[in-house]
Design a protein around this ligand. Structure first.
Ligand code: WT7
Length: 629
């Protein structure tokens, strides 16, 4: 970063921040620019390998890239065992607060022990290397040990967000062909119980591959236990099956670590596949450099482990760095809007990583709720999931961060595995911009023809070179992997986002250009919502679009064509909203549903969502030549 004055609203790093940071901007960007493979290799060398790689990158079968060829490692070993050999053995790895005030804290030693016992329990249920295990629970410590236990024995975990419902869970169990489901009896959310086991029972009726269900008691309410299929976790964990040690599975660098389902342009959600080796190197280094983690930090990533942010920055990245993580179970405003701030004070959190939608939600309640607490422990803030509007950025910076904490606005995706565009603590910041690509990453913005856009001109955001934590494929669908990410601009990874670059080379993300809607930072596909709607007996056809919303970023609006014999009514509309909630999950419940007589379609029968969107926003729908009528 040169000394040249930057344009627009700029927040330069303070002397205090610069003095403290361990990250030397100049040198890290320079070395990565000179030779990104050596940069990644150097990072990989800081982790434990049972056998080192022969070659850093194999691009002979692109876009099926491979990293750290023939390297042998295990990410869970690096997260736990490595630290247990050092002074970190007794360091707190995880601090947890339940929504109801329950509290737990686990040292690295304890986290390893619990993980080993859990892993032994999974092995006793017949789980072997390569088997898929679905995890469906709330934010409790067992979600962390469940993931690590799978990784330890080489099983592939597939975490399904606890806010998803029957059909979403069913689809994911089927597609991944999971052998075991780990589920909690329930989860606390706003003082109420989310009936996770009940939802799972419904989903399991049609999931043929699941042999056993491991049930973790959280809420303790009455649930159904199916004899021979369902087992209480606590019974098995206290039985002789669960010894305190557990042999680690030595994994090839390219062996799958997990599947994570996410919404794409068309059809059902697809499983993004990540690996042990490359993903480990990516999460380790981005956590270290972006959040400038040091040993005494307490790091709070407020995402859910059911999303990639939780995978990379609650579980793997921080633990690889030997950090102390905080996790909170419940709703941000329960029992009041001071909950988050009270916990920052109580646990002395130093770094908070949250979504713009949460920030905007808190902003609405006013400054007083924040100011009631002493937040002086905070030194760094993060933002993720959607563009942060400058107004929310300034509020976060001033009211939460006391004008002292730099904000890392991190752009990335489930597919990228780790942060791709983000400042480092030493970077001058512009509210609303993710600033620059992470060292070793090359991005660009292209027009329709694949030409680089001019400054300030909007275009397709692409990534030009491979990186270790990139997705390897779409599970069961390599064709779609090629089609979706590598076909629009050959040789380049298509992100699905539009962006622009300013005169200083800073990147500004505008939003999705495909049929993905980001609702409160959650990624949903129009196809999922539409297929939930048409699964209702009254619906013939449906279209879903995202429209701007002051807190959620975008909200879902639907247009529905009824089948003959059904009458439009408020009651039916409400029923349809509930139906989507039941099928997909509460996060997918449409904001509004309008019953219409026809939908704009192309001559080949595709619904033209952009026409609906333009109409709703009162703007010009653009080229209508393909419109049927
Ligand atoms: C999409 C990916 C990144 C982990 C959580 C979401 C949007 C994400 C930002 C940001 C602007 C952002 C993009 C991206 N997005 N972070 N800092 N600024 N937009 O992962 O669910 O796979 O969603 O989230 O549209 O493509 P995801």
């Amino acid at each position: 970063m040169s000394d040249r004055k930057l344009s627009g609203e700029v927040f330069y790093p303070s002397k205090e921040v610069l003095d403290r940071t361990q990250v030397q901007c100049e040198s890290i960007y320079q070395s990565a620019e000179k030779d990104s493979l050596s940069f990644w290799e150097n990072e990989a060398n800081k982790l434990h390998w049972f056998r080192k790689w022969d070659k850093v990158l194999d691009d002979s079968k692109k876009p099926f890239f491979k990293w750290f060829i023939n390297g042998k490692t295990n990410i869970a070993y690096n997260c736990l065992d490595v630290h247990c050999e050092t002074y970190r053995r007794n360091k707190v790895a995880l601090v947890w607060e339940g929504e109801n005030g329950d509290f737990r804290s686990l040292s690295y030693f304890a986290l390893r022990r619990e993980t080993c016992r859990f892993a032994n329990v999974l092995r006793s249920l017949g789980v072997k290397k390569g088997d898929r295990v679905t995890i469906y629970m709330g934010r409790v410590p067992e979600i962390v040990t469940a993931m690590l236990a799978c990784a330890r024995i080489g099983a592939i975990h597939s975490v399904v967000y606890g806010g998803f419902s029957v059909e979403s869970l069913h689809e994911r169990l089927e597609d991944s062909q999971s052998k075991v489901l780990i589920v909690a009896d329930g989860a606390y959310q706003r003082g109420k119980i989310v009936e996770l086991k009940k939802i799972a029972d419904e989903a399991l009726q049609r999931a043929a591959t699941v042999e056993s269900v491991l049930v973790i008691k959280r809420t303790g309410h009455e649930i159904n236990m199916e004899f021979g299929r369902d087992f209480w976790y606590h019974d098995l964990m206290s039985s002789p099956i669960a010894g305190n040690s557990c042999d680690i599975e030595i994994m090839d660098s390219e062996d799958p670590l997990y599947l994570l389902y996410t919404s794409g342009t068309t059809g059902k959600p697809k499983a993004i596949m990540h690996t042990h080796g490359g993903y480990m190197v990516g999460t380790y280094s981005t956590t270290k450099y972006v959040f400038d983690l040091s040993d005494e930090d307490r790091f709070w990533c407020a995402a859910d482990p059911g999303w990639v942010t939780g995978h990379s920055y609650i579980v793997y990245g921080p633990l690889l760095n030997g950090a102390t993580c905080f996790m909170y179970e419940g709703a941000p405003n329960f029992p009041n809007p001071g909950r988050w701030w009270s916990m920052i004070e109580k646990y002395g959190i130093n770094i908070l990583y949250a979504a713009p939608t949460a920030i905007r939600g808190f902003m609405r309640y006013g400054d007083a709720w924040v100011k009631r607490y002493n937040l002086s422990s905070l030194r760094l803030l993060g933002s993720v999931g959607e563009p942060i509007n400058p107004e929310a950025w300034r509020w976060y910076h001033k009211v939460v961060g006391g004008e002292r904490c730099p904000i890392m606005d991190t752009w990335w995706q489930t597919e990228t595995g780790v942060v791709m565009i983000s400042p480092l603590p030493c970077t001058p910041l512009k509210p609303g911009s993710g600033t620059k690509p992470f060292p070793g990453i090359q991005v660009d913005i292209l027009d329709e023809k694949g030409m680089r856009t001019d400054d300030d001109e909007e275009g397709y955001l692409v990534i030009k070179n491979p990186w270790p934590s990139m997705l390897r494929t779409i599970w069961n669908d390599p064709e779609r992997y090629i089609q979706q990410y590598w076909s629009r601009f050959p040789g380049m990874y298509l992100t699905g986002d539009s962006a622009r670059r300013d005169v200083d080379g800073y990147y500004w993300i505008i939003g999705r250009v495909d049929d993905v809607i980001k609702v409160s930072g959650y990624r949903l596909g129009t196809a999922e919502i539409e297929s939930a709607l048409v699964s209702h007996q009254a619906v013939a056809e449906a279209a879903a679009i995202g429209l701007p919303h002051s807190v959620k970023g975008h909200a879902i609006h639907c247009y529905v064509l009824l089948k003959a014999g059904f009458e439009k009514s408020d009651k039916l509309i409400e029923e349809l909203r509930q139906h989507v909630g039941h099928e997909v999950g509460p996060i997918a419940k449409p904001e509004s549903i309008e019953i219409v007589d026809s939908l704009p379609k192309t001559r080949s029968g595709k619904i033209m969502r952009r026409v609906l969107k333009a109409k709703a926003l009162g703007i010009d729908p653009g080229n209508l030549s393909t419109l049927e009528e």
